[in-house]
Design a protein around this ligand. Structure first.
Ligand code: NAI
Ligand code: MG
Length: 350
């Protein structure tokens, strides 16, 4: 019997509870041995309680092995409610936002395998803004320390996962000091790694990602550019409902979809659960590496194969991909396929 993991779970808002719920079922179905510890947070919770996260929430999250999170609404017209996502990233120091975008046959228009690594703690997201005499100013913060740890993370990631090239994306032709620092530290650190490097201005990157995504491997960039390019990449993959992410710090990591709470389809049972399932797969890989747990590696691989076969076969899909299946039907089909791939390993924990 392997280790019993402690996983913090935030169900989130909108479609969050639907896709997180079925993801926990899939994880349990595959024999992932864990205690799921719910932490209440988000906009719905705020409306009920006046708090963005339960009192001891951050403490609980600091002390679990990993966190699985659904999307959380950040309403545009409620100034007293600040983004829980940004708060969690800052409080837990989840400095590396890792977003793998891998094309699916039949669903994506092109063939590519890109990992976007986004600095997750500063840039314009420090949220320091002021309005004086009709002039609004926002502070863009780029520190040497944050640059260094994110570019190192990107180089190590590329080496570990067999990527040949790391591209730094910036706008230092205009933002010479802030983006200039990010760029300089990237090239300075690159000397310590045996990996091909290049640079690209962010607007050119948007164009090239659409025109020839196959030339990219790992991309490392600042917070805002990463946010925007991630949705562009999700469009290239074929749906936001197919993209998950890892937010990694030195002591804990959080796993969540790239997309938001999708209020337009919430409560209808038709949200695509694949984004949350991919996030769960990334969590299994993280735990497998951190605790040298080969059983988890096998479960993660089986889950990845299950997801790939369901999406590429195209018979059981949610409406965002042109199908007519429900969230539950897709999750169940992924579980069925993944269990087949897992074979006898499905019982490894029992
Ligand atoms: P969104 O990502 O929630 O939705 C954009 C479009 O994609 C919608 O048409 C939605 O139906 C569709 N979509 C997203 N996920 C899907 C899924 N799993 N299956 C099928 N279709 C899916 O973006 P939007 O509407 O701009 O944001 C809604 C809320 O989410 C906002 O309050 C925003 O602040 C928040 N948000 C939260 C994030 C997080 O918790 N990490 C990330 C991004 C946005
Ligand atoms: Mg975003």
């Amino acid at each position: 019997m392997g280790r019993k993991y402690r996983v913090g779970v935030i169900y989130g808002d909108g479609i969050g509870p639907e896709i997180v719920g079925v993801t926990l079922d899939v994880l349990e179905g595959l024999g992932f041995n864990a205690e799921f510890i719910e932490v209440k947070a988000g906009y719905d919770y705020y409306r009920r309680s006046g708090k963005v996260i339960e009192d001891d929430g951050i403490n609980i999250l600091r002390n679990v092995d990993a966190i699985l999170k659904g999307p959380i609404t950040t309403p545009l017209n409620v100034p007293s409610f600040r983004s829980v996502n940004v708060m969690l990233r800052r409080e837990l120091d989840l400095y590396a936002n890792v977003r793998p975008f891998k094309s699916f046959k039949r669903v994506s228009l092109r063939d590519f395998n890109i990992v976007l690594i986004r600095e997750n703690t500063e840039d314009l997201y420090v949220g320091v803004e002021t309005l004086v005499s009709g002039v609004a100013v926002a502070l863009k913060v780029i520190s040497e320390r944050a640059c260094r740890r994110i570019v190192r993370y990107a180089f190590n990631y590329a080496l570990k996962h067999g990527f040949k090239r790391v591209t730094v994306v910036h706008k230092s032709n205009i933002l010479r000091v802030t983006d200039g620092l990010f760029r300089d530290i990237f090239f300075e650190e690159s000397r310590n790694y045996q990996v091909e490097v290049n640079e690209m201005i962010v607007d050119t990157t948007a164009y090239n990602l659409v025109r020839n995504p196959e030339v990219f491997g790992v991309i490392v960039t600042e917070n805002l550019y990463g946010d925007i390019l991630a949705d562009l990449l999700a469009g290239l993959v074929g749906s936001l409902g197919l993209c998950g992410s890892a937010e990694v710090g030195d002591t804990v990591a959080l796993f969540e979809p790239v997309h938001g709470s999708a209020p337009d389809i919430a409560g209808k049972g038709i949200a695509n659960p694949i984004s949350q399932l991919i996030s769960a797969k990334l969590m299994l890989e993280y735990l497998a590496e951190r605790f040298s747990d080969e059983v988890l590696t096998r479960i993660a691989n089986a889950l990845e194969l299950g997801i790939k076969s369901v999406v590429e076969e195209g018979k059981v899909l949610t409406p965002d991909l042109g199908g007519s299946s429900t969230t539950k039907e897709v999750a169940l089909e992924v579980l069925r396929r993944s269990s087949t791939y897992l074979g006898t390993h499905a019982r490894a924990y029992q």
